[in-house]
Design a protein around this ligand. Structure first.
Ligand code: SF4
Length: 357
């Protein structure tokens, strides 16, 4: 659907009388009566990160005792095998961006025979494919086209949150210490993934100080990329949570009405993509997002915590099933790559062979 910036802003600024009509419109656009989720294991290869976002609880200083410089090989294999035994279908590799710029991480990599963290990631993804029924989905941060091309061979899909297109936020507490959050670099990575036809997950982080106009621009930028490459499988609308210990602990969280408006705008603007709101960040309010057109719960793990939001446990699958069915929908497990991308056009030989097997 073609919407102008003015149209999006009118949804994002809708008043209480107008919101229900946008919710209804969003629900009509969602064709499916199924709500999907992916059963995964979360593998945080390192919590060292070259960025230092004002809202992050995941990152640790390399010298800190809480730092996990590098998960060792047996540790990773143990998680993926456990996931395999529990019937998981996705190995989610999420970790700090360009951690190997740090000498301590470099040293840890050299000790196990790797030059870069991406070389290590490639081998782990390959082993996941060779030894288990899981399909890798990696979120290593901004990447060069050549790096994306290599990882495409062993990933069913990949992801990078755009978060926001606002250059202004680069000067605020949210992103001033995070060179990797430069919107230009993130857009380039998402576009390169499009050129390489990598099924991709992206989305917005809302409530980090962006204006409504900037939020509309961010949605429209993803739409522009999707119109050009068609590789985006889902849009995540993630809401900022003020947590103790983060630099932005005293910042206001986006109100529920704001999340609802943004989910409605995303659904109306992206009829061709999944729309997801992380249920563990919204345990009390998640049903309302299904009523606003969301159609995916994202990754849920029966065995590993959400290391990025450790204070927010995943809901149990039976809980998701209850919420979903209570609203008259069916809960359906999906692979980390959406059905429409399961073709030689979008997947490497090894991934296709693995899915068919
Ligand atoms: S939010 Fe992500 S990119 Fe930012 S500091 Fe944390 S781990 Fe790094």
């Amino acid at each position: 659907m073609s919407l102008s910036k003015k149209d999006i802003i009118s949804i994002l600024k809708a008043n209480g009388n107008q919101i229900p009509s946008f919710m209804e419109k969003a629900c009509k656009i969602r064709e499916k009566s199924t709500i999907t989720f992916s059963k995964n294991v979360f593998i945080p290869l390192t919590n060292v990160c070259r960025n230092d976002c004002g809202y992050c609880t995941f990152r640790q200083d390399p010298q800190d005792t809480k730092a996990n410089l590098l998960m060792n090989h047996p540790e990773v294999l143990k998680i993926i095998h456990h996931g395999h035994e529990q019937g998981c279908q996705e190995a989610l590799f999420t970790f700090g961006e360009h951690a190997d710029e740090n000498p301590l991480v470099q040293e840890a990599l050299h000790k196990i025979g790797f030059e870069t963290i991406l070389d290590y990631l490639y081998v782990l993804c390959d082993e996941t494919l060779n030894k288990t029924a899981l399909l890798p989905h990696s979120n290593p941060g901004i990447l060069k086209k050549s790096e994306l091309k290599k990882l495409r061979e062993v990933n069913a899909s990949m992801g990078l949150m755009l978060e926001t297109t606002s250059e202004r936020i680069m000067k605020t507490v949210a992103h001033k210490n995070s060179p990797g959050k430069d919107p230009k670099k993130r857009i380039k990575t998402i576009e390169n993934a499009g050129k390489l036809k990598i099924p991709f997950t992206t989305g917005l982080l809302i409530g980090i100080g962006e204006t409504i106009e900037e939020r509309a621009e961010s949605l429209l930028e993803i739409r522009r990329i999707q119109n050009k490459y068609g590789h985006i499988q889902e849009i995540i609308i993630q809401n900022f949570r003020a947590k103790p210990g983060i630099t932005m602990a005293d910042y206001p969280e986006p109100p529920l009405s704001d999340i609802i408006r943004t989910v409605a705008a995303a659904r109306i603007l992206f009829p061709d993509c999944g729309v997801q709101v992380p249920p563990n960040l919204n345990p009390e309010t998640s049903p309302i997002f299904l009523i606003t057109g969301a159609d995916d719960w994202g990754g849920v793990s029966p065995i590993t915590p959400d290391h990025v939001n450790p204070e927010a446990p995943w809901p149990e699958v039976k809980e998701l099933k209850y919420i979903t069915e209570n609203l008259g929908f069916e809960l359906e497990e999906r692979l980390p790559v959406y059905e429409k991308f399961r073709s030689p056009d979008f997947l490497g030989d090894k991934i296709l062979e693995r899915i068919n097997r």
